[in-house]
Design a protein around this ligand. Structure first.
Ligand SMILES: Cc1cc2nc3c(=O)[nH]c(=O)nc-3n(C[C@H](O)[C@H](O)[C@H](O)COP(=O)(O)OP(=O)(O)OC[C@H]3O[C@@H](n4cnc5c(N)ncnc54)[C@H](O)[C@@H]3O)c2cc1C
Length: 456
């Protein structure tokens, strides 16, 4: 449903809006702008041939209800005011300056491209894998299709970090392969899960139980693995139960405590997982007999002071594992021309500084989603942020008296001159239909392009 023109806002021309990225932030912002009954052209640029960002390459295969937002995103394409340019990277195929030359508003919604690093010795060993690559591997990101994690050789896996991505990975590692059979997991990942010998997973975090990063919903999904005989065997109860007994807990923490107490059970020799707290990773030891695998990960223990402060302790702890997966978050990066164009970037946070999505000190520029929020937030929180950003964009656009910007007309010419094959929404629909007919995702971009070119 289109919203009426906001009161007192009149449009004198058809302003052009460029949206960089095509994940949830880009789509919800575009859809929210389109809801206003205003003349506008919105052009969305995505560096990959396929849209949807982390909804396609991040969200776990057993979360189809989360991925269903893709259906909603199709609505944008039905509006002639919207156009999709897939396979067009801003900064490579089209310069950012050219975007400013041809659009009245620029929306940065390009997510976070890097993973955080631990900075410990041995981090580059092949049996230390970051979650971005691991998740990309099972979700069919072309860059990770050859990762081949040695799940057929690793009985014990440690995950560092205890956010929701870690919970997704616990399920990938421990749920039986039949759990994944009717999902969109890649065939090669399913094949590896069938050969997997992983039996024990330790999820390790530097801080304490109250600082756990997972949501109770995702945690509960892992606890529910007990229906497959996967036991949840521990959570540092000896340290935390006495501490928590004297505290007034909030609703979420209370529920989390109930869950660990209810589900914790002794290891019975089958598959199991546990939560370790107060562990700072120091380094890894490689298996001397099988140098492609690890022998253990060494942690320094931390302790909680009566004030609640967490401080380093003397004690070391070593966890036997053949594989280590780092789930310590993602980080956004500046686009190459930011310096030249005076677009601010907070390199420490990995985010564009902004006030409700308006980029500080730069006119007609906005940011939304992970690049605005330092790689934090769920799809739901993006929905709320996008609506606020869209309302600011519409209010600012109403002040555009007469636009001379050429938008898609100019960009289409530039792409043709540069021989860049942009993927249109119709092309994407063809790829999607092909994937549905085959019951699997296309993994490499060349196959996507050939489906567009010859429909085969
Ligand atoms: C492993 C994982 C699992 C998750 N599971 C859930 C879940 O179950 N539920 C939930 O609510 N949230 C989940 N999230 C969080 C959710 O994915 C994010 O909140 C959301 O994707 C952020 O949206 P975004 O649009 O900011 O970024 P993204 O989804 O990352 O989209 C950014 C897009 O911009 C494109 N891009 C980058 N640079 C350029 C450029 N220069 N030119 C053109 N395009 C560019 C990228 O290719 C990408 O498509 C998960 C996140 C991860 C990492």
């Amino acid at each position: 449903m289109r919203l009426p023109r906001p009161q007192l806002i009149r449009f004198f021309s058809t302003p052009r809006v460029a949206v960089i990225g095509s994940g949830p932030a880009a789509f919800y912002t575009s859809l929210d702008i389109l809801k206003y009954d205003i003349p506008v052209q919105i052009d969305m640029f995505e560096k990959r041939p396929c849209p949807f960002g982390l909804v396609r390459f991040g969200v776990a295969p057993d979360h189809p209800e989360v991925k269903s937002c893709q259906e909603r995103f199709h609505d944008a394409s039905k509006d002639p005011r919207f156009q999709f340019f897939g396979n067009v990277e801003i900064g490579r195929d089209i310069k950012l300056k050219e975007i400013y030359d041809n659009y009245d508003s620029v929306v940065y919604a390009y997510g976070s491209s890097k993973e955080n690093r631990l900075g410990i010795a041995g981090e580059d060993h092949p049996a230390v894998i970051n979650s971005k690559d691991f998740v990309g591997w099972y979700n069919g990101d072309p860059r990770n299709q050859d990762l081949n994690p040695p799940l057929d050789k690793a009985e014990q896996v440690t995950i560092i970090g205890n956010g929701n991505v870690a919970m997704d990975i616990v399920r990938i590692l421990l749920a039986p392969s039949k759990h994944w059979e009717n999902t969109d997991i890649t065939p090669y990942a399913l094949d590896m899960l069938q050969k997997s010998i992983v039996r024990k997973v330790t999820v390790s975090a530097r801080r304490g139980f109250l600082e756990s990063k997972f949501s109770n919903k995702e945690f509960r999904e892992c606890l529910d693995l007990n229906k497959y005989g996967v036991a949840f065997t521990g959570w540092d109860a000896e340290t935390f139960e006495p501490l928590l007994a004297g505290m007034k807990l909030g609703r979420v923490e209370k529920r989390r405590l109930q869950l660990v107490q209810k589900y914790c059970q002794p290891a019975a020799g089958g598959k199991s997982w546990r939560l370790d707290y107060l562990q700072t990773p120091l380094g890894i030891k490689v298996d001397p007999k099988e140098p492609s695998l690890l022998k253990e990960t060494i942690f320094r223990k931390n302790r909680v002071l009566p004030s609640g402060e967490i401080v380093p302790a003397e004690e070391l702890n070593s966890v036997s594992n053949q594989l280590l997966i780092l789930c310590i978050g993602y980080k956004g990066e500046a686009l190459a021309e930011f310096g030249e164009l005076n677009i601010p970037f907070d390199a420490n946070r990995g985010a564009i500084p902004n006030k409700e999505g308006r980029i500080e000190g730069v006119e007609r520029s906005y940011c939304v989603g992970w690049i605005a929020n330092a790689s934090r937030g769920s799809i739901n929180s993006t929905v709320a942020d996008s609506s606020v950003v869209a309302s600011h964009i519409v209010a600012d656009l109403s002040k555009v008296q007469d636009t001379a910007k050429k938008g898609r007309e100019a960009i289409t010419k530039l792409l043709a001159q540069r021989n860049v094959k942009a993927i249109s929404w119709d092309d994407w629909v063809r790829i999607e239909q092909y994937e549905r007919s085959q019951g699997r995702k296309l993994i490499d971009f060349h196959s996507m392009l050939s489906v567009c070119n010859d429909g085969s």
